[in-house]
Design a protein around this ligand. Structure first.
Ligand code: DGY
Length: 321
């Protein structure tokens, strides 16, 4: 008998078809399952769940769904999954690293450029019919080429962004990360490790690519923003909770930094209301990895992981804890 799984988020038809070759699949339909009660009800008797950055998988959910043996996410970030709770219950967890690195780096760099060069703000102005003349200072922003790129979090995506800045735009790169890169990699990227205050003080364009955890919660708040240059920009393609959105909105309103580009938000899809009222921020709906080929590769990898975890009758029961 095929194992039963729940696909809790909308996904490509072809990926669903492939999963159906291996499992008895229940799919969520048009929208992701976000309500806890519905999730628990639909997970009864299911051995696996296919997710992304939502829904939250925690101890209470696992205890309410004792048949669950594998949680497979098509996202690289897994802050929605309580790993300790899964490990304690011997539930396998997988994510989808690697396949989205370059696409996310493209977007991080594009968002940083849009932020520095005020592309969204000026487009809104034009669409609102407010453009009446060419002016020397009309949406004059900051240069990107040869400006100092600061990368907070130098994992795969951080390095791919650093490479774009150093090789493509002649940017000196500074970075902060818990562990330093090998000297050879630093040399290749022309990147220099600095402590966090130095990163904040020296970066013209700060890009945040650090995973979310209890340690990185509000890593950038009022005190950190106060260290940044008044002309600096901040771009976040990591996770919303890394930045204190209220403090950022205030810093933007008071022009303590020039502008921000945000693809992720604490509590998304809801946004801190203050972010919607400041003009000098570019807001996008968590789409950094959203090229079609990459989203397909992420989904395929998650499907592979689910098949490896549960396929062919393996893992045929959660062992007693
Ligand atoms: C990821 O893979 O973590 C992206 O942010 C999409 O959730």
């Amino acid at each position: 008998m095929q194992a039963k799984i729940l696909v809790a988020i909308p996904v490509f038809d072809a990926v669903l078809e492939r999963l159906r070759e291996h499992f008895d699949v229940e799919a969520c339909g048009e929208s992701a399952i976000t309500e806890r009660d519905e999730l628990v009800a639909r997970l009864q008797g299911k051995a696996g769940i296919f997710v992304a950055g939502t829904p939250r998988i925690d101890a209470a959910l696992l205890d309410a769904c004792p048949d669950l043996r594998a949680v497979c996410s098509m996202a690289v970030g897994f802050n929605n999954i309580d790993l300790a709770a899964c490990t304690a219950r011997r539930v396998l967890v997988s994510n989808a690293p690697g396949v989205l690195t370059e696409t996310t780096a493209d977007f991080g760099f594009a968002l940083m450029m849009a932020t520095a060069r005020r592309i969204a703000e000026s487009e809104h102005f034009l669409r609102a019919g407010q453009w009446t003349e060419w002016r020397y200072d009309l949406f004059a922003g900051a240069d990107v080429h040869r400006a100092t790129l600061g990368v907070l979090g130098m994992g795969r995506i951080g390095q791919a962004i650093a490479r774009r800045g150093a090789l493509g735009f002649g940017m000196p790169v500074i970075y902060h990360n818990r562990s330093r890169l090998d000297a050879g990699v630093e040399q290749q990227l022309g990147a220099r490790w600095v402590d966090k205050p130095t990163l904040l003080r020296e970066a013209d364009h700060l890009v945040i690519v650090v995973p979310y955890s209890a340690e990185s919660h509000h890593l950038i708040g009022a005190a950190e923003l106060a260290l940044m240059k008044p002309g600096a920009t901040l771009t976040n393609v990591a996770r919303g909770g890394v930045v204190d959105d209220a403090a950022l909105a205030q810093a933007l309103r008071e022009r303590r930094i020039a502008a921000a580009g945000l693809d992720v938000f604490e509590g998304e899809p809801a946004l801190h209301p203050d972010l919607l009222t400041v003009p000098n921020v570019v807001l996008t709906p968590h789409i950094a990895s959203a090229s079609l080929p990459t989203r397909r590769a992420m989904a395929d990898l998650a499907a592979d992981n689910l098949i490896a975890a549960l396929g062919n009758g393996r893992n045929a029961g959660r062992p007693p804890t």
